[in-house]
Design a protein around this ligand. Structure first.
Ligand code: HEM
Length: 358
């Protein structure tokens, strides 16, 4: 259903919080046949979600698909979403938000792992040899929505109309209305170090109590707490939110304990500002102490087209006239007019240009 205020139906960005989620990031092979296969696949996604989802009524199966900046240019060319750019890195040394390869993301959610598994299988089958999976994470609900580090995660998320307001592009980029941006990072935790901290120290790091999940009073909460550094206000003092659906994952037998961070917004800037605050610090040096126990091992930024645009992209021919709803089914392609650098070329140092929320 399209909310009344929206002209284009979003993908299931703000779908219900589920018990299970798969995150698949893939690169698309460089040949024209692979690109044509990925474009054609865009029209299949909704049908596959419907077909697989029907098998378990109430299973809440959904899938969100997004494309990186480089992939967008190669697959679809102009016009392009205004805010789409390669992942911006923040921080340095041990504390760095790194960019890693990835053209395509699938965020699959359901209340049962078998539904996620079956949909992922069907989606990958259609893509066949056109892509190479570079990261795949299977996340699970951890008791009462506890992150791997034992704190409830997702409490301050916007809901309902507020979630739509903060995640769905509207008049600011009319051609891409109904779309969103999604930023992902896979984190690995030093659980030994984290668990060695007294609970009170952990609470200062997060900015909330551990058992009851209540925000600490301002006079107790350090300015370097995760909650302080990720709370943003606009110029008028109104809070700017993002929508997160992080999931714990891991392999205890291998000593792997992680959090898959996934944040949706109608502009990448607020999420990037949070990353800058966390990794560089606000002011610089006053960084997020959660990062003393958590290392980001992947990073990607993707544009999530509206549902109708995702389907129409199947017919997009890069370099052709800029129209979204084309009705011919050509499988040929010319090179995009404005191809940007490959994913390896990152906007490192772009920190300076980023607007600030003070
Ligand atoms: C190691 C990975 C991370 C873990 C384990 C984690 C965990 C948490 C927890 C437990 C909370 C408090 C409860 C809540 O409101 O959800 C929280 C809040 C929040 N986190 Fe994270 N987080 C991680 C990474 C990130 C990143 C990378 C961002 C943004 C780029 C982010 C943005 C936020 C925001 C916006 C809030 C709500 C702040 C508020 O309004 O008080 N988190 N996170």
């Amino acid at each position: 259903m399209t909310p009344a205020s929206l002209t284009q139906e979003p993908q299931s960005v703000s779908s219900a919080v589920t018990r299970s989620a798969f995150f698949i990031v893939a690169t698309i092979n460089e040949d024209a046949t692979s690109r044509a296969a990925v474009r054609a696949w865009c029209a299949d996604v909704a049908n596959l979600v419907r077909a697989v989802g029907k098998r378990v009524p109430g299973g809440n199966l959904s899938c969100v698909v997004g494309f990186s900046s480089d992939a967008w240019d190669k697959l679809f060319g102009e016009p392009r979403p205004a805010g789409l750019h390669p992942f911006r890195e923040f921080g340095s040394g041990e504390r760095k938000a790194i960019a890693t390869p990835g053209d395509l993301i699938m965020h699959i959610r359901a209340d049962q792992t078998d539904l996620c598994f079956e949909l992922a299988t069907q989606l990958m089958k259609r893509l066949e040899d056109a892509v190479v999976t570079v990261d795949e994470v299977h996340g699970f609900r951890n008791f009462d929505m506890r992150a791997m580090i034992g704190f409830v995660d997702g409490t301050e998320n916007p809901e309902g109309d507020e979630a739509v307001h903060f995640t769905v592009i509207q008049d600011e980029d009319p051609e891409f209305a109904g779309g969103s941006y999604v930023l992902v990072q896979k984190y690995l935790h030093d659980m030994k170090g984290w668990n060695a901290l007294p609970v009170e120290a952990q609470e200062h790091i997060i900015g909330r109590t551990k058992l009851q999940d209540i925000e600490l009073d301002e006079d107790v909460k350090p300015s370097w707490s995760h909650s302080s550094l990720t709370t943003l206000d606009d110029a008028e003092g109104n809070e700017i939110k993002i929508l997160r659906d992080n999931m714990p994952f891991g392999r205890p037998g291998q000593g792997e304990f992680g959090t898959y961070f996934i944040g949706y917004a109608r502009d990448p800037q607020p999420i990037e500002q949070m990353l800058e605050n966390m990794f560089v610090g606000l002011p610089p040096g006053n960084y997020d102490r959660l990062l003393d126990f958590s290392r980001a091992v992947t990073g990607g930024l993707f544009f999530v087209p509206s549902q109708p645009l995702l389907e129409a992209l199947a017919d997009r021919v890069p370099g052709a006239a800029p129209t979204i709803a084309v009705d011919n089914h050509k499988q040929t392609e010319s090179e995009p007019a404005a191809a940007v650098s490959a994913d390896g070329s990152l906007a490192i140092g772009s920190l300076k240009g980023a607007p600030r929320y003070e």
